[in-house]
Design a binder for this molecule. Structure first.
Ligand code: GDP
Ligand code: MG
Length: 323
């Protein structure tokens, strides 16, 4: 058995060590990691993927911890990904999160990993896609992805989720600002956390007002759930809201189209890899490459012609002079 087949089998059986090793491959964005994701993808598709986004400090990590405990009490297995491009694995914020997570981490039915950006374009969303696929294939029923939701790759990450939860807290003064910043469109469930503080009802009403204004035409009206993540209040309401949203996705056929979109995404990633490899192969053949480059520079060939020649030569297994 090859190393990858071995790992695929271990992951399929939910072995934590195989899961951890596979995630490391994926996080490095290595060729082996990509092969692994492609091999695991057909095994995935059962988990419910929940995105948790919101400004720093609203209580996302605390909420993820509580939600995880509540889901465990219902007998579900939970995979958690903390995505924060500004905090590398050893960074302070993530470290704090990890300490808070420890209660969950001790449990066999829970797996938690922080993903940090490896610096190259699209690397974070690709790694997250791979990590979600892996946890799904490993049989986790719920996959929770926590992100601050600021940058482009985080928007892409949110598109991976079946249900996106937007978390707000009263008294931050930026409720309306956050709502204006396009967060209405991405949230299918709104959470007003820190409901133990003054102003939670006000925040909930403000969200409801904005939703009512903009979204009468929608088939799914996002519920607004008040929680106190610190003591676990509201977790069962939250679980019920997620279950209801999944039902909606199932009945409306959206669950199938999300899976189709993921399949398309996987093919697109493979295509990007393949075309980049073709490009590198062409560049390694100096004569071929120089001839192509100069032809384009002097207008004797179009860039698209050059691209076609690169693809053709890669199909033949390498660049050859004059082809
Ligand atoms: N009063 C109150 N504080 C909370 C609640 N949930 C979280 N916090 C606190 O808010 C702070 C930020 O929480 P954290 O989970 O790290 O927020 P994140 O940055 O969104 O992940 C921490 O000090 C938490 O203890 C809550 O429901 N009520
Ligand atoms: Mg956090």
């Amino acid at each position: 058995m090859t190393e990858i087949q071995d790992l695929v089998e271990g992951i399929g059986q939910g072995e934590k060590r195989a899961v951890a090793r596979g995630l490391t491959w994926i996080e490095r964005d290595s060729e082996k990691g990509k092969q692994l994701v492609r091999a695991l993808f057909p095994m995935a598709g059962k988990a419910h993927i929940v995105g948790i986004t919101g400004a720093p400090g609203v209580g996302k990590s605390t909420l993820v911890n509580r939600l995880t405990l509540a889901l465990r009490n219902h007998g579900y297995r939970v995979g958690i990904l903390a995505v924060d491009p500004s905090s590398p694995f050893t960074g302070g914020a993530i470290l704090g999160d990890r300490i808070r997570m420890q209660e969950s981490v001790m449990d066999q039915g829970v797996f938690m990993r922080s993903l940090a950006s490896r610096g190259h374009l699209g690397g974070l969303s690709r790694a997250t896609f791979g990590a979600v696929t892996l946890l799904d294939a490993a049989g986790f029923d719920y996959i929770l992805i926590e992100t601050v939701g600021a940058g482009q790759s985080e928007v892409e990450i949110m598109q991976l989720a079946h249900s996106t939860m937007v978390v707000l807290a009263p008294g931050l003064g930026d409720d309306i600002q956050a709502i204006k910043a396009g967060i209405l469109e991405i949230g299918q469930i709104f959470v007003v956390n820190k409901a133990d503080r003054d102003g939670a009802d006000h925040t909930a009403r403000a969200i409801r007002g904005m939703l009512t204004l903009g979204m009468q035409h929608l088939e799914w009206f996002p519920p607004i759930i008040k929680t106190v993540a610190e003591n676990g209040e509201g977790m069962d309401d939250l679980i019920a809201a997620i279950a209801k949203h999944r039902e909606f996705l199932q009945e409306s056929g959206r669950l199938d189209s999300i899976r189709e979109g993921q399949t398309r995404h996987l093919i697109e990633l493979a295509l990007q890899d393949w075309s980049l490899r073709a490009m590198r192969l062409a560049e390694q053949d100096e004569t071929f490459w120089t001839a192509l480059r100069e032809a384009v520079a002097h207008g004797q060939a179009d860039a698209a012609d050059a691209a076609r020649k690169i693809v053709e030569s890669a199909q033949r297994g390498g660049a050859t002079v004059g082809s």
